[in-house]
Ligand binder design. Structure first.
Ligand code: NAP
Length: 289
């Protein structure tokens, strides 16, 4: 274990499996206190035990929370705020990919709820703890290597639900929201950046079914099955590297409103992600929820 992140506290959602788990493992290996979040207590505990064992870092804890509902987000924020008074890095890693249109118990479309609303609400609810850090970072984990346009008339798949395309669009909305958030929090000294981790075989990608592929893409299902076949965490470990970089690299201190690809290279987002009018429309919807 190195001590590059010793004294820092990192909170990461969706850290009990997939890319989030390996991100937490990598960050714990740098000596940070790491708080893992997932929906299931036993799974979260197992993940924490494995990270302690593999890194030798005993400062690994877990909290149980579900970011798919407003009540769940609020409860989790309360629990995090009770557990820590300072957060140096907060990573919105938990994501949602659905094969069919679904609303949560609040009536919010699930991709929008988990991939956009939760990162916004949680970050705001954790601001006192973030502001207690001398160099706070928020990372939002995106989902497409080719940033695409935000359609503000389709934020909750109002026009049509298109499975994987609705997921990708929700990540474009997340990208635009993150730029808006970075501008909003700049005066508080909180940096907000976006990471595309790269594709990995995880429970999320393995859950993709032919139903979730839009029309012509359905014929690609056999290819997806091969591409996302179980690989014992190899691709998730690889995909976690850009998150670990953006969470911990000292050269990124004070850097905000940037997007890093799966090779940790800085890239530009789609122009709509930098558009104030797009930001206003997304924030209007979020703030009404
Ligand atoms: N895999 C890819 O190819 C890929 C590519 C680009 C971007 N991404 C993004 O990377 C992130 C991680 O994806 P992944 O593929 O590693 O996913 P995953 O394997 O499905 O892992 C999801 C993690 O999130 C937790 N989780 C799921 N729903 C949650 C909820 N509502 N509340 C709290 N925790 C929740 C899960 O824990 P429990 O089940 O224990 O709750 C698990 O720890 C996502 O944002 C995803 O969109 C993935």
């Amino acid at each position: 274990m190195s001590d590059a992140m010793n004294g820092k506290t990192v909170v990461i959602t969706g850290a009990t499996g997939g890319i989030g788990f390996y991100s937490a493992l990598g960050i714990a290996g740098l000596g940070a206190e790491v708080i893992l979040i997932g929906r299931k207590s036993e799974r979260a505990q197992e993940a924490a035990v494995r990270i302690v064992k593999e890194t030798g870092n005993s400062k690994v804890a877990h909290l149980v929370g579900d970011v798919s509902t407003l009540a769940g987000i609020q409860q989790l924020a309360n629990d995090i705020n009770q557990r820590v008074s300072q957060i140096d890095v907060f990573i919105n890693n938990a994501g949602y990919l659905g094969n069919a249109f679904r609303r949560n118990e609040d009536g919010i479309e699930m991709h929008f709820a988990v991939n956009v609303l939760a990162p916004w609400k949680l970050t705001h609810a954790l601001m006192p703890a973030l502001k207690s850090s001398s160099s706070p970072r928020v990372l939002n984990i995106s989902g497409g290597d080719k940033p695409t346009a935000v359609d503000v008339t389709n934020l909750q798949a109002e026009k049509a639900f298109k499975g994987l395309i609705t997921y990708t669009h929700s990540k474009s909305i997340l990208e635009a929201m993150s730029i808006a958030l970075s501008r909003r929090l700049e005066s508080d000294g909180v940096c907000v950046n976006i990471v595309f981790p790269g594709r990995a075989s995880t429970s999320m990608t393995q859950s993709l079914s032919v139903k979730g592929l839009p029309g012509p893409m359905k014929i690609m299902m056999p290819f997806f099955r091969i591409f996302f076949r179980e690989d014992g965490g190899k691709s998730a470990l690889e995909a976690s590297r850009s998150t670990v970089f953006a969470a911990t690299d000292p050269t990124l201190e004070g850097v905000t409103g940037r997007y890093f690809d799966s090779k940790s290279n800085e890239k530009k987002l789609h122009p709509s992600s930098y558009d104030d009018r797009v930001h206003r429309q997304i924030i209007d919807v979020i703030e009404r929820l």
